[in-house]
Design a protein around this ligand. Structure first.
Ligand code: FAD
Length: 370
């Protein structure tokens, strides 16, 4: 089988990796190059119990993180490219009694659901992460959570795909046309026929590709700061005061993120950077001495219900979608890749209890119109 994947973000790359592992020939096509859409701005957090703000998203997120150990282990068997991946836990911090009451209620809920957690008082927080502000009066520790370095992940996935014969090309796909015997891919520079094609175009999924209709996905801008501090300044991924901090082993700290409904505007703004620095410094005063290495901006692909769209495009044989992952594309990429590759290689009947029904595009009537 030969598959064309439109979009080489984390979703397209993870799918390409999964398909090549199953012996499928893959061509990834991206108008910018690999990993240069929303993916390059991602914090790489794997934190479903914080991000899962409604039950279906929590369900998918828990399935998603459940696949990560195996996903990374399999990637490491294909390529020696290093991938920083740590399940170091998240600390959700409180700075006043009202915030602590919210964490206390969450802790009770997690106790009922048997989700491992610890509710920490002020002195325990100080022991867990000594650099946090003295304003922090408590925290909820979720030890299963963690992060993956997205630049590492993108490089390793691309290397793994290429080592198994896949190709990544820079080009813009204009149309995907089912021919009866396959799908004709029409790009700015070329055209070819594949057995199947997948639209993994993130925030650009609202645009039709010839007969393939757009889907209700809109871009939500996120600005994130890449800071450099001393290694071990922070031990946990830390949430609080309207921001989060992700500590990498080399001393990098990712400080994110804004959530802005401003269309296809990928500019970094003074207001966004100032807000993040103020919020971050309030919980980690030592940020003052950090280097501001980069400002990253990405467009999160958001659907109306904030769940992804994964599966076949109705009425267009051989055409599939994997898009709309909004704030959880890194967390959900291995799950998406597994579900869609199974569907494409083995057929519908072989996909059991993997959240596919939650991600079906048919929940949006417009998706079905050619
Ligand atoms: C600031 C920020 C922080 C985030 N933090 C996290 C986090 O901690 N954890 C998490 O799980 N998620 C996080 N996310 C969300 C995550 O980054 C996205 O959900 C994910 O990157 C989406 O991946 P994608 O492959 O669908 O889209 P993209 O990475 O945007 O890739 C889509 C690609 O399609 C290409 N393309 C579009 N149209 C065409 C065409 N016609 N022809 C060829 N190529 C085309 C584009 O060039 C692009 O490269 C964050 C996002 C942002 C912005």
């Amino acid at each position: 089988m030969h598959v064309t994947i439109v979009g080489a973000g984390v979703v397209g790359l993870a799918l390409a990796h999964e398909l090549t592992l199953r012996g499928t020939a893959v061509r990834l096509v991206d108008m910018r190059g690999r990993g240069l859409g929303a993916t390059q701005a991602s914090a790489g957090m794997l934190a479903p119990y914080i991000e899962g703000q409604h039950p279906d998203l929590l369900d998918l997120g828990v399935r998603g993180i459940g696949r990560y150990d195996e996903f990374i282990a399999r990637l490491r068997t294909v390529t020696p490219a290093p991938v920083e991946y740590r399940r170091c836990g998240t600390l959700q911090v409180a700075t006043d009694a009202a915030e602590f009451a919210v964490l206390d209620a969450l802790a009770r809920r997690f106790a009922g659901e048997r989700v491992p957690h610890s509710l920490l008082g002020a002195s325990e927080v100080r022991r867990a992460d000594p650099s946090l502000s003295h304003e922090v009066c408590g925290a909820l520790l979720l030890p299963q959570h963690g992060y993956v370095s997205v630049p590492d992940l993108v490089a390793a996935l691309a290397a793994a795909v290429e080592m198994r014969g896949g190709v990544v090309v820079r080009d813009t796909v204009l149309a995907l046309e089912p021919t009866g015997a396959g799908v004709r891919v029409v790009t700015t520079d070329s055209r070819w026929v594949s057995d199947a094609a997948v639209v993994a175009t993130g925030s650009w999924s609202g645009a039709p590709l010839g007969p393939v209709p757009g889907v209700p996905v809109r871009p939500i801008r996120g600005q994130l700061l890449h800071l450099r501090a001393t290694p071990d300044l922070l031990r946990h991924v830390t949430w609080g005061n309207g921001c989060y901090l992700v500590p990498w082993a080399d001393g990098s700290l990712l400080l994110g993120a804004t959530v802005e409904d401003v269309g296809f505007d990928e500019r970094a703004t003074v207001a966004g950077v100032r807000m993040l620095l103020e919020r971050g410094q309030a919980i980690l005063p030592a940020l003052d001495g950090a280097e501001l290495a980069a400002v990253r901006v990405g467009l999160r692909p958001a659907t109306p219900d904030e769940l992804p769209i994964v599966g076949p495009v109705p009425g267009l044989p051989g055409v599939f979608r994997a898009t709309g992952h909004y704030r959880s594309g890194v967390l959900l990429a291995p799950l998406t890749a597994h579900v869609l590759a199974t569907l494409m290689c083995d057929g519908h009947g072989s996909v059991h209890d993997d959240g596919l029904a939650l991600m079906a595009g048919s929940r949006f009537p417009a998706v079905q119109k050619p």
